[in-house]
Design a protein around this ligand. Sequence first.
Ligand SMILES: [Fe+2]
Ligand SMILES: [Fe+2]
Length: 315
Amino acid sequence: MAAMKHDCFARGRGDHGLMTIADSLPRLLAVSDLHVGMRDNRRLVEALRPSSEGDWLIVAGDVAELADDVAWGLRRLTERFARVIWTPGNHELWTHPEDRVQLRGVARYEYLVDLCRSLRVSTPEDPYLRWDGRGGPAVIAPVFSLYDYSFRPSGMTRQESLVWARAAGIVCTDEFLLDPAPYPGVEEWCAARVEVTERRLAALDADVPLILAGHWPLVREPTEVLWHPEFAQWCGTTRTADWHSRFRAAAVVYGHLHIPRTTWQDGVRFEEVSIGYPREWQARGHPRGHLRQILPFSHEHGMAAVHAPETSGIA
Ligand SMILES: [Fe+2]
Ligand SMILES: [Fe+2]
């Protein structure tokens, strides 16, 4: 990167000092957990800007709880970024008592997909987009895989792990607000999502690198640093544990944990790209910036950083 700065004509000052032609070329960026229902986060989103007119942005869930707030956040982003790609988080899927949209479960998800399409935002239900900019080509697959409590400690039944979480006072709000209808439980919805997504991923051209982007981590290792290990059971499914290898991912994007960092799993880069709650980011800041660069990959942007030791327990 330093060599590039010498090679390129300086055009102005950016976040990292001199802005170069390379810096102003389109990038594939990612963010998650905007939580724009919170005033300080809404201000932060108001201030988000691409560095190039051609930048694409992956939004990996938890834009907000209320449908109108989700629409507000995504609309702001579509006004600024050339493409916006969304996948739901648990907060979008809540049926919040204050929301004018009282749809539940799959019907709520389908409402959100329609909302996204009206804003020209790509969803897990749309054809996967192909990034042909710098660092490409790559297919971008927004995935909605949910969770099934299988990240609970081994040897514990689902019921025992819930009792364990309740005793610690760490129960995800999903238990009260995320309705899996018409499925009998989140486990069944998760199984259906995994099955349909696997079929699509298996049909992709194996020669084009893949960017997998979901709200919940596809592997359980990122949950090992949770301050409250009881929360891990709401954070993913073991059914996706081999997706990054099996589908030859060039990078995996996720959020939900509110622990922004870069890790590596079987040689694949995993990027936790969350903004998080004001009480979290106002304490630690966003030393890596608000938007994570996925492509082109550079070690400058991919270095492991910010290992926050704590999550809220309700992500
Ligand atoms: Fe979340
Ligand atoms: Fe979140």
